[in-house]
Design a binder for this molecule. Structure first.
Ligand code: TMP
Length: 209
C-alpha cells in the first residue's frame, strides 16, 4: 500500500513517559521549517470518532473491559483514522507523523495482555489497509523511570502493574529486532536535544536532505 503513496509516514512508539509526544512535536516543527507539508496525529484519536473511542479505552471506570474488546476498539479507532485522514494526506504527498500505530497494539495487547500476535497482525492489516510506516522511532527507557514521569492522574492503561509495563517494553524491543530496517531504537533517558538530533539524522537520510 505505502509504495503507491506519494507521502511519507513516520511513527513514534514507546512505553509510558518515554517522551515520544514531545519528540513528535519537535520533529513536526523541524519538517515544517524544511517546507514539508506535515500532519501530526496521535493514536488512539486524532479525529472525532477515534477520539471518542479513546475516551472509552482510557476511562478508569471501564476496568472490566476484556482484552478482546480492547484490541478491537484500538483497531476501530485506527481504521477510522487511516481511512479518514492518513491515507488522503499521504495521497497528497504530505508527511504524516503519528504518535503510536499498530506496533502499540502488538506491544500492549499482544506482548502485554497475551493476545495472539498473529491475530493482531491479521486484523491490523484490515484496519490499516496494509499501510506500514516508512520509519518508526522506538524511544526506549527503563519502565519504572518512564512511569515515574507521569504527573497527571493515571489512565486505565497507565494504572496497570510494573510487570505489565515491563512486558510491553520487552515486546517493543522484540518488534524492533524483527524489523531493523523500519524501527530505530533510541535511548530515551538521554537529553531531549540528543534524542532530537538522532531522530533528525534518520529523517534526513530518509528525505536525503
Ligand atoms: P498515549 O498515552 O501515548 O496517548 O496512548 C494512550 C494509551 O493507550 C497508552 O497507555 C498506550 C495505549 N495503547 C494501547 O494499549 N494500544 C494501542 O494500540 C495504542 C495505540 C495505545
Amino acid at each position: 500500500m505505502a509504495k503507491k503513496l506519494k507521502g511519507i509516514f513516520i511513527t513514534l512508539e514507546g512505553s509510558e513517559g518515554c517522551g515520544k509526544s514531545t519528540q513528535a512535536k519537535l520533529l513536526c516543527s523541524y519538517l515544517k521549517k524544511r517546507k514539508k507539508k506535515v500532519l501530526h496525529l496521535r493514536e488512539p484519536g486524532g479525529i472525532k470518532i477515534s477520539e471518542r473511542i479513546r475516551s472509552i479505552l482510557l476511562d478508569v471506570k471501564n476496568k472490566s473491559m476484556t482484552k478482546e474488546c480492547e484490541v478491537l476498539l484500538y483497531m476501530a479507532a485506527r481504521a477510522q483514522l487511516v481511512d479518514e485522514i492518513v491515507l488522503p494526506a499521504l495521497q497528497k504527498g504530505m508527511v504524516v507523523v503519528c504518535d503510536r500505530f499498530l506496533d502499540s497494539t502488538l506491544a500492549y495487547q499482544g506482548y502485554g495482555c497475551g493476545v495472539d500476535i498473529g491475530f493482531i497482525n491479521i486484523i491490523g492489516k484490515f484496519a490499516t489497509r496494509e499501510l506500514k510506516p516508512h520509519l518508526t522511532f522506538l524511544l526506549d527507557m527503563p519502565t519504572h523511570k518512564g512511569l515515574s514521569r507521569i504527573l497527571q492522574t493515571k489512565d486505565r492503561i497507565e494504572q496497570r502493574s510494573l510487570k505489565y509495563h515491563n512486558k510491553v517494553r520487552r515486546g517493543y524491543l522484540a518488534i524492533a529486532k524483527k524489523n531493523p530496517g523500519r524501527v530505530k531504537v533510541i535511548k530515551a533517558n538521554q537529553s531531549r536535544e540528543k534524542i532530537e538530533d538522532c531522530i533528525r539524522g534518520y529523517v534526513e537520510k530518509l528525505f536525503k536532505i
